[in-house]
Write a protein that binds this ligand. Structure first.
Ligand SMILES: [Zn+2]
Length: 317
């Protein structure tokens, strides 16, 4: 078969494109996680050393490789450059490569890679900023929410909640729904309507559910008590709720249920592990966004397998 053959010969090149693109996005995310919480512009000034303001030459901006060639030091003032920069670049590169490979092996629509890349980049940035500053800036979340809406309106078949991805619409929420409508609504508008429905259900569902959990946390721990797991007197920060609203807008109502479940599971396991190694101090705060990020990316990479696993889990309990 000719098309299969041609994709096989082009595969190493396409793999490289996905990896290099991921590394470049990772490089941009390094700028985002440094500047957004400091209320700096993303566009100006151009990349520079935070110690001596040395403006990076084009080759010093090359993801991963520049850090290695510079031997982790600024070429001007010799101050150390954190290993976090190449690590974030490599992480995003690997995730983008895996997302591309999954799209290929599961024969998902190629253009659904765009919302998948966008969502993966957003949750990684949110996770790192939360880890460092215990906030998730609205300047990150608002454009992402807007992107989810624009993607679904203009490009409904690229939606991460759309059929081929979820042919059965496994909770029955993300599917077409009212079949007879399909007979007299033009296909594009029907797809748009379904995509917008999924954005709304995913976002509103996540928001209502997480605000309810926040409320329960307040009832259990009290509003000002410092005993809640996050140390802020809340079981869940408002930023975490907003982040899950954004993820829900991208993945739709079916998947957001699973993402919340996986994130809680990962958070509980990590919390239990820290307790076991007695690293948890009083007032120690546990950021939740990294777990939301991990759960979202896991879901993007292996939703078919994860859903089968969750299904089995609920059959046993
Ligand atoms: Zn420097």
């Amino acid at each position: 078969m000719q098309p299969t053959h041609s994709i096989e010969t082009a595969l190493p090149m396409l793999d490289t494109v996905a990896f290099v693109f991921g590394a470049c996005v990772g490089s941009f995310l390094n700028v985002v996680v440094w500047r957004l919480p400091r209320h700096e512009s993303l566009l100006s000034p151009p990349s520079h050393c935070p110690h001596c303001n040395h403006r990076l030459r084009p080759w010093e901006n090359v993801p991963i490789l520049a850090w290695i060639f510079l031997r982790a030091r600024c070429s001007s003032c010799r101050n150390r450059i954190s290993v976090r920069y190449p690590l974030v670049e490599a992480l995003v590169a690997i995730i983008f490569f895996l997302l591309w490979r999954r799209t290929l092996t599961e024969a998902l629509p190629l253009y659904s890679l765009f919302p998948a890349f966008f969502l993966a980049g957003t949750v990684i940035a949110a996770g790192i900023i939360d880890l460092e500053h215990r906030i998730i800036p609205d300047r990150l979340l608002a454009p992402a929410l807007l992107a989810a809406i624009v993607f679904s309106l203009l490009w409904p078949t690229a939606s991460l909640a759309a059929p081929p991805r979820h042919p059965a619409g496994w909770l029955g929420l993300a599917g077409i729904g009212n079949q007879p409508l399909a007979d007299w609504i033009p296909p594009y508008f029907l797809q748009s309507a379904v995509a917008v429905k999924n954005v709304l259900l995913g976002a509103v569902g996540a928001g209502v559910f997480m605000l309810a959990i926040r409320k329960v946390g307040r009832l259990l721990w009290g509003r000002t008590a410092k005993r809640a797991p996050t140390g802020s007197g809340e079981v869940l920060g408002l930023g975490d709720v907003k982040l899950l609203i954004v993820v829900g807008a991208f993945v739709g109502p079916d998947a957001i249920v699973a993402v919340i479940f996986i994130a809680s599971l990962l958070g509980t396991l990590a919390g239990a592990a820290m307790l076991a190694f007695s690293r948890m101090r009083r007032g120690w705060s546990l950021p939740y966004a990294p777990y939301i990020a991990a759960a979202t990316i896991l879901w993007l990479l292996a939703e078919t397998q994860l859903f089968a696993l969750i299904q089995r889990f609920f059959i046993y309990i």
